[in-house]
Write a protein that binds this ligand. Structure first.
Ligand SMILES: Nc1nc2c(c(=O)[nH]1)N[C@H]1C(S)=C(S)[C@@H](COP(=O)(O)OP(=O)(O)OC[C@H]3O[C@@H](n4cnc5c(=O)[nH]c(N)nc54)[C@H](O)[C@@H]3O)O[C@H]1N2
Ligand SMILES: Nc1nc2c(c(=O)[nH]1)N[C@H]1C(S)=C(S)[C@@H](COP(=O)(O)OP(=O)(O)OC[C@H]3O[C@@H](n4cnc5c(=O)[nH]c(N)nc54)[C@H](O)[C@@H]3O)O[C@H]1N2
Ligand SMILES: [Mo]
Length: 690
């Protein structure tokens, strides 16, 4: 492993957050003693969030797993006994060999974004499972609906440069809570506000961000698609359009105009729960302010119509020509700017040619997959960088799947999570301070490198190292399975791509971060040039048509709401959303005292009238339930949520929640309209005193 020579080591925050901070770790006598945001990195700007500022709590936690273990109790019980790495690896290799002799597709890797690093997240792991011929995993749990809705319209995950927004006059923060989940992006939005921009937050609850904006609009969850259609209708009838931009840089305007003709504010009002006047003035303000920016986030893609909602919103800046301005347009993700060489990292060509065709399993519905998949059933599961028992929807099904006695389950983790409790073999993983990596991001335009600052704790090993060792034990000989982490990091970006100029290993080693080679300020679609098949913003999407989906913007209602599903709502009248908690990063940090104390236990925000109707007082312990399950939380009676909506900040560990469940006991395993994603925030419940 490459060792940094100095006492201050350059690092990257590994967590699933748009900000991907550049960090400096001070090391003294082999121990990390201080961590801070890099002050020379413009986006990080010398600050870290409340979680990562205390990162050493996580790295040196006495809860860290320090050696391999095997299960001695029942599945899920969490009783283990120490074994050697040799015994652990021999056991896994023997099981994998036996299963692969029948059909390697019975083996499933399961990972998500525990680290966003390209080396520890998508290199040797993928190569190993490709070479094995295992089932492929469709990584849908977070963003697949919105990403596809955006791609169909704009072409790639590219949008406004988050550092160019200070000149905006109007900013719609739509389905995101940047104060909590995009703190460094929020700094730039605030700068715009200081210079006179008006900030409007569109969120079913008064979030930390909504509380700091000029206006808060609270639509019913899952109805943003209708709101955007009505905004388009107003822009068109009021002629608040940029006809020149539409003519030169879009396709399908006439069909779009036909489609939205009936989508008046009066049509959208009962669907969204906003008044027609509110919708009309929002559209008029959006159509007249310039530059106008939309900062959307994935909060609004976790419902049945999530893909279409993002698509409808993505049409707006092309209608008004807001893309002409660096400070205008819209931003969901910047990830498409990074010329990441996924093929070089993941090597899909290693998949055996003579094997049966690859099979893909959707990660979001892992409970169903473990219980119902046949030909072949899943016989072995290897979990790393993820905590599916706690984060996947409909967790009673997930737990039933993980509890299968005939399932061989490996979990590679830093901590004994809810998922780890179901492992047959539990392996200790290194933290970001103990391994090498390199990162792109989805919230700015800088690549960030990570160098190991300290030796692995105990016997912990990086993901890559475990796969190198397993490959050897499986008798694989391809050199690609034995490359070092430095070699893997060097393969991350496509060398021929202009945008990667300057993001070389040498440059990254020098400073720890490097901006993509893009103009500054970067106005990606000021002159059109959309990365779609037509080269234009596609109001009519050929991609969606080919997929058998509606090629035009449309209204896809929530699966579970009083308007779309009155029969279900008669029994379960409250819409539950479970957005990210400030002190957690999904379930990461949620086991450590500092961060749990910061959140103060599972909570449910409920409107005073909904509380009164159920005899609920503030602070009381509640049972939140539907046909899928139940979890407990303390009541917070507040007007921060509208009537009919309840909010439980997430994601808690089940075993640390008192009742052994978290919010995913009630969430649905139905899927989004596009991309096969979960619908976490499209969920009806009833609430009672526990
Ligand atoms: N502190 C912290 N930061 C995080 C995370 C975390 O767990 N904690 N998670 C990280 C991850 S994995 C991701 S994907 C990102 C982004 O994760 P996102 O889910 O985009 O999270 P937020 O930006 O917090 O925004 C979600 C907001 O959307 C609102 N919302 C829910 N349903 C709807 C809806 O139907 N319509 C509208 N308009 N709004 C809705 C919620 O109330 C919430 O305030 O954040 C990352 N950052
Ligand atoms: N109800 C509800 N459920 C949700 C959400 C919600 O808003 N509400 N959000 C959803 C979203 S957006 C997402 S992205 C998913 C997130 O789901 P996950 O990606 O599973 O996120 P985490 O819960 O943070 O679990 C990541 C795990 O990876 C481990 N890890 C970190 N680094 C390494 C490493 O280098 N090696 C190994 N082997 N392990 C490592 C961490 O210790 C942690 O336990 O959850 C989803 N679930
Ligand atoms: Mo996510």
């Amino acid at each position: 492993m490459s060792k940094a020579p100095h006492a201050v080591v350059r690092a990257a925050c590994p967590h699933d957050c748009p900000d991907t901070c550049a960090m400096e770790v001070t090391v003294a006598e082999g121990r990390a003693v201080k961590i801070r945001g890099a002050s020379d990195m413009p986006f990080t700007n010398g600050t870290l969030c409340t979680k990562v500022a205390h990162y050493l709590d996580r790295v040196y936690s006495d809860q860290r797993l320090r050696y391999p273990m095997k299960r001695v109790g029942r599945k899920g019980e969490g009783r283990f006994e120490r074994i050697s790495w040799d015994e652990a690896l021999d056991t896994i290799a023997a099981k994998f060999r036996a299963i692969a002799a029948d059909d390697p597709r019975a083996i499933l890797p399961y990972s998500y974004a525990g680290t966003m690093g390209l080396v520890q997240g998508e290199s040797l792991d993928r190569r190993f499972f490709h070479r094995l011929g295992a089932s492929l995993l469709d990584r849908t749990i977070c963003a697949s609906a919105g990403a596809l809705g955006w791609k169909a319209t704009v072409g790639a995950s590219i949008g406004t440069d988050p550092e160019a927004v200070a000149g905006a006059r109007l900013i719609l923060i739509w389905g995101g809570n940047p104060v909590v989940s995009n703190l460094h992006g929020w700094r730039h939005l605030q700068e715009a506000r200081r210079r006179g921009a008006k900030l409007v937050c569109i969120d079913p609850r008064r979030s930390e961000t909504a509380a700091k904006c000029d206006v808060h609009l609270a639509p019913w969850p899952g109805t943003d698609g209708a709101l955007a259609l009505a905004m388009m209708q107003v822009l068109i009838v009021d002629d608040l359009l940029d006809h020149d931009y539409i003519a030169r840089h879009t396709v399908g305007f006439a069909a779009l105009a036909g489609r939205v003709r009936a989508c008046t504010p009066e049509w959208a009002a009962p669907l969204t729960g906003l008044s027609a006047d509110t919708i009309r003035s929002l559209a008029r303000e959006y159509g007249t302010a310039s530059p106008a920016l939309i900062r959307l986030n994935y909060g609004l893609n976790r419902c049945a119509g999530g893909g279409m909602a993002v698509r409808n919103i993505a049409c707006l800046p092309a209608l008004t020509g807001a893309w002409r301005h660096a400070a205008g347009g819209a931003l969901l993700s910047t990830s498409g700017n990074f010329p990441i060489d996924h093929k070089a990292l993941q090597r899909p060509d290693l998949y055996p040619r003579d094997a049966r065709p690859p099979r893909t399993i959707n990660m979001a519905f892992i409970g169903d997959a473990l219980l119902e998949t046949r030909d072949p059933p899943i016989r072995a599961l290897y979990v790393y960088n993820s905590n599916p028992v706690a984060v996947a929807p409909d967790s009673n099904r997930v737990k039933a799947g993980f509890a299968r006695e005939d399932l061989f389950c490996v979990v590679h983790e830093l901590f004994q999570t809810d998922t780890a409790d179901y492992a047959d073999i539990l392996l200790p993983a290194t933290s970001q301070l103990e391994h090498r990596d390199v990162h792109g991001t989805y919230g700015h335009l800088y690549a960030v490198a990570n160098y190991p600052a300290i030796e692995p704790l105990g016997e912990a090993k990086p993901n890559t190292e475990v796969f190198r060792l397993l490959a050897a034990r499986m008798g694989f000989t391809e050199p690609a399975l034995f490359e070092s982490d430095d070699e893997l990091a060097a393969a991350a970006f496509r060398p021929g791509d202009q945008r990667a100029l300057g993001v070389t290993p040498a440059r990254l080693a020098e400073r720890g971060w490097a901006r993509l080679n893009l103009p500054q300020p970067f106005a990606p679609f000021a002159e059109g040039g959309f990365p779609t098949p037509s080269g234009r913003c596609e109001f009519h999407s050929g991609l969606l048509a080919r997929m058998g989906l509606d090629p035009l913007p449309a209204w896809h209602p929530p699966a579970e709401s009083p308007v779309s599903n009155p029969v279900l709502a008669a029994r379960y009248p409250l819409a539950l959303i479970t957005p990210p908690a400030r002190n957690f990063l999904n379930t990461s940090f949620a086991n450590l005292p500092r961060f749990r104390d910061g959140e103060g236990g599972p909570k449910l925000q409920i409107h005073p009238e909904d509380a009164a109707a159920r005899g609920i007082a503030d602070g009381e312990r509640l049972r939140i339930h539907n046909d899928r399950g139940e979890f407990h939380a303390r009541a917070v009676v507040t007007t921060d949520v509208r009537r009919g909506v309840v909010v439980s900040p997430s994601v808690w560990w089940q075993k640390l929640s008192g009742d052994g469940n978290n919010a995913n006991a009630v969430t649905s395993s139905a899927s989004t309209d596009m991309g096969g994603g979960p619908i976490f925030y499209d969920c009806l419940v009833e609430v009672a005193r526990a």
